[in-house]
Write a protein that binds this ligand. Sequence first.
Ligand SMILES: NC(=O)c1ccc[n+]([C@@H]2O[C@H](COP(=O)([O-])OP(=O)(O)OC[C@H]3O[C@@H](n4cnc5c(N)ncnc54)[C@H](O)[C@@H]3O)[C@@H](O)[C@H]2O)c1
Length: 371
Amino acid sequence: MAPCAAAGAQMLAASPCISASQSMLASRAAVSRISPALGTSGFASCPRIAYSRPLGSSSVAVRAVSGESTPHGLPIDLRGKRAFIAGVADDNGYGWAIAKALAAAGAEILVGTWVPALNIFETSLRRGKFDESRKLPDGSLMEIAKVYPLDAVYDSPEDVPEEVKTNKRYSGSSKWTVKEAAESVKEDFGSIDILVHSLANGPEVTKPLLETSRSGYLAAMSASSYSYVSLLQHFLPIMNSGGASISLTYIASERTIPGYGGGMSSAKAALESDTRVLAFEAGRKGNIRVNTISAGPLGSRAAKAIGFIEKMIEYSYVNAPLEKELRADEVGNAAAFLVSPLASAITGSTVYVDNGLNTMAIAVDSPTVAS
Ligand SMILES: NC(=O)c1ccc[n+]([C@@H]2O[C@H](COP(=O)([O-])OP(=O)(O)OC[C@H]3O[C@@H](n4cnc5c(N)ncnc54)[C@H](O)[C@@H]3O)[C@@H](O)[C@H]2O)c1
């Protein structure tokens, strides 16, 4: 999804950043306000220009805007919605970018942070270390209403082994199993509208699948796939009808990416399959939409642990249809669209936000092709 077209639906497919000169051609003036969600740093190249096609009209209308709101715009509006985002422990990853996009669209933000990372995350947040990256397009800082401790590989207290309970990284926190986290959110806020799963873990990710142990494989599935089933299972009862959920997947689920090992490719394949089944079940049970974003490579903390993320970023830059860096906020904006009412008929989908890399069958920088 191109930056300026993040709102998808009614935004015009042609050139997302329509130039000011094109506005001369506009046959009907339709002023639209740039939604805060669209105005993230990724939109710097098309500032203060918005365009829309009024419903029922074939004419394109473009005009520079001065901040006034109008009924013709099509903003991503999440005001009055509450989101729980599982998998935020710093300001580098997709979870943070999604939180920001949802906050910019007006949603209230709750996050679930992995217990071993909780202390440092909360301390950094308190000390203002993230203040620069908390900045929203309107200049305000993203507020996180509450940070919940979470370990998504444990569903309820009975599942937690003694050595984890007594581990000093865990013993300072309480109520961090999935069931307890959902209960705490219910107690504090009553309900949510949006559930985001932005977490993964594979202890043997650097090992080829052929060398992966049973326990390593199952641990990857537990942390990266079942954790989503569990989250939705426990949060669905407190999700308001019409709500939406998303997770993050990776193309290694469908095509071989040597180096993405330890059963992580299998875990992402399961996550995508579960997205379809959960979309049906949650759709019928709670009128909740379920989608997953297949994101391109980003140098997050988790990705750096795999060891070759910089090469994947470079590969993507050179070979993807869109020859540009993929920014986390582009994934955040796509997520904001997917959980918004604008995506009301989209469920069970794997949506690629990867500069189009998934569509390529050959590497254009391959010496074989070049010669
Ligand atoms: N970075 C990429 O290149 C890339 C590409 C496609 C998909 N993704 C996916 O995006 C999602 C977010 O990852 P990211 O790359 O932004 O890295 P990240 O480090 O920002 O996020 C991963 C998070 O998972 C948390 N976590 C790990 N185990 C957990 C557990 N048991 N319970 C709760 N939280 C746990 C970590 O603390 C961390 O906050 C993951 O699903 C990842 O597979 C990443």
